[in-house]
Design a protein around this ligand. Sequence first.
Ligand SMILES: [Zn+2]
Length: 111
Amino acid sequence: MKPEQREEFKQLILEQIEEVEEEIRELEEMTKPIAPDNALGRLTRMEALGSKSVNEAVLEDKRMRLQALEGALSRCESETYGICTKCGQEIPLGRLAALPHSSRCIKCVNK
Ligand SMILES: [Zn+2]
């Protein structure tokens, strides 16, 4: 990959990191403990707990994505970025554009 291309992907990754961090902040707000003595009725409280666990699962997912993006950002500094860590072939640019934190080509991911 050309250095200019790596630079473009680096910008893309930085943008995505910002987005994910923002989403994580919102989700953290939504997954705060629900006080037992809040003004909600019993049923509403059950619903609140239900959506809380959904949000917690999403939050966990976002945190993993953030880690993957941060890993990609550091790979972006080196020439190994865009090279499949398994087979050593270049990862197609289209795949990287959709998922800039990819470290494997489609063939190796599907194995
Ligand atoms: Zn591969």
